[in-house]
Design a protein around this ligand. Structure first.
Ligand SMILES: [Fe+2]
Length: 481
């Protein structure tokens, strides 16, 4: 039995930490081939540049821009591999112009990967089995950490810079042709790591982001203005080092869910798990004004875990947060990850949570023009009947106003990734445009990029762009108009 998607998301998740996880914290992988190095997850080694890809159907001529997506793709046979903590980042780019599509993929050429290339093999272990890299291959300014910055979780663009993100370290800046330019620290203003899930306010043009660390201040919220300068830095006293993968914002607030997964240094010294699920802590929700004024409002809740949020908005002292809830972390709780809504009552200091759907899913997305506002639509990869255990075979489009859900099933043996919303140029309405996702086909060991009408999701794809070879399953990406 391979790991199930549920096991993977519950046991491992993608915390992407550049810090120490001790092997005993992780339920040991049974003696079997790593499913995250096979089939749709197997890495590719070639870096291609291919114009004018074959298309089934017709790519709308008005789609103009580039879809970039990042994900783990080990360049050399790994010594230790825990998906998706490990694996060199590889960015896949599809550029659309006048109905034609071009493909280009490149490794993020991190300092660690450069050292590996010098050695002709990997000299790094993995997050669960760290190894001090052989100093003969690591230059003085190279990555000498036991935990390689693999820059493999997300790829975003802000103020003209394209950044490949890994939440345990600084981002790497890429050129528009996906050449790696180097580490980027916001002119020295970002010390330490950057979340892989920054948020983009479509109204102000700001990028909101945070970092977390093992030492105080455990959590720091940053505002980056539309020109790319860090203009605000707000430490949040959380009292412990919580693992925080994602957050949400509204027009006035940012909201962090501090689920009870903490780095327990003292416990680790006594042989307890270093990254520990401590349900007795419950979940602490921090609500902070975006302008940094006032104190943090804390709302206490029961224990659960969240990797990814769909969106949030506020109205009359209430903040509505849509997200994917996991029953627990590091434990086989049996509770599938599903879409939930939490309504925070800032006056009463309370929260009420409701499950919105029973389908198992992860990697939610919205029309980014509605980020921080009251969105009607959200998209989510979900399980379909007969799916391989580590795969999602369908894509759901939720209508959060009517409660109706449209589901597009891709067929037996076909597996989807996180989707991205592509707005129709000149379109005004929410969801007016297309949804794209890579679809891996087990029967052919090939991939297409499916282009679907975002609202009428159940209709056959508008186009399927035939990839020149398989694009491995990945994590997160974005549309660059
Ligand atoms: Fe993520």
């Amino acid at each position: 039995m391979p790991y199930s998607r549920r096991e993977f998301l519950t046991l491992a998740g993608h915390v992407g930490l550049g810090s120490a996880l001790l092997p005993q914290q992780v339920i040991a992988a049974p003696d079997r081939p790593n499913p995250f190095l096979q089939h749709g997850y197997a890495p590719v080694v070639d870096e291609l540049s291919v114009d004018n890809l074959a298309v089934r159907g017709e790519v709308p001529r008005e789609i103009s821009g580039t879809y970039l997506r990042n994900g783990p793709n080990p360049a050399y046979p790994p010594i230790s591999y825990t998906y998706p903590f490990d694996g060199d980042g590889m960015v896949h780019g599809l550029t659309f112009d006048g109905g034609k599509v071009a493909y280009r993929n490149r490794f993020v050429l991190t300092a660690g990967l450069r050292a590996d290339r010098r050695a002709g093999r990997t000299i790094y272990g993995g997050l669960m089995n760290p190894i001090v890299p052989d100093p003969r291959f690591v230059p003085p300014d190279g990555d000498s950490s036991r935990f390689k910055n693999v820059a493999n979780i997300n790829v975003v663009r802000h103020a003209g810079r394209i950044l490949a993100l890994y939440e345990g370290n600084l981002p790497y800046e890429l050129s528009p042709t996906l050449e790696t330019k180097g580490l980027y620290d916001f002119a020295g203003k970002l010390r330490g790591a950057m979340t892989a899930h920054p948020k983009f306010d479509p109204v102000s043009g700001e990028m909101l982001m945070f970092r977390y660390s093992l030492r105080p201040p455990f959590l720091v919220f940053y505002t980056v203005d539309a020109a790319g300068a860090v203009v605000r830095e707000v430490p949040i006293d959380t009292g412990a080092s919580f693992m925080v993968h994602d957050f949400v914002f509204t027009n006035r607030h940012v909201v962090f869910f501090l689920c009870p997964v903490v780095f327990d240094i003292a416990g680790a010294q006594q042989g307890k798990p270093f990254l520990a699920w401590q349900p007795e802590r419950g979940t602490r929700i921090a609500v902070l004004r975006r302008d940094g004024t006032g104190s943090v409002q804390w709302i206490e809740d029961g224990p659960y875990f969240v990797y990814h949020f769909m969106n949030a908005h506020e109205d009359s002292g209430r903040i509505t947060v849509d997200y994917v809830q996991h029953g627990a972390f590091f434990t086989a709780s049996g509770a599938p990850s599903t879409l939930w809504r939490a309504v925070l009552d800032l006056g009463a200091g309370s929260v009420k949570r409701t499950q919105l759907d029973e389908r198992m899913g992860e990697f939610p997305r919205i029309d980014s023009a509605r980020a921080g506002a009251n969105n009607r639509y959200g998209w989510l990869p979900v399980s379909a009947k007969g799916d391989a255990p580590e795969a999602f075979g369908a894509l759901a489009r939720y209508d959060l106003q009517t409660g109706k859900t449209a589901v597009h099933e891709f067929g037996a043996g076909r597996e989807v990734d996180e989707p991205v919303f592509v707005p129709r140029p000149g379109g005004k309405g929410e969801g007016e445009g297309w949804i794209m996702t890579y679809v891996y086909d087990r029967a052919t060991d090939g991939s297409v990029c499916a282009v679907l009408d975002a609202i009428d999701l159940e209709r056959p794809p508008v186009a399927e762009i035939v990839m020149p070879r398989r694009v491995p399953h990945g994590l997160h990406g974005n549309w660059l108009a």
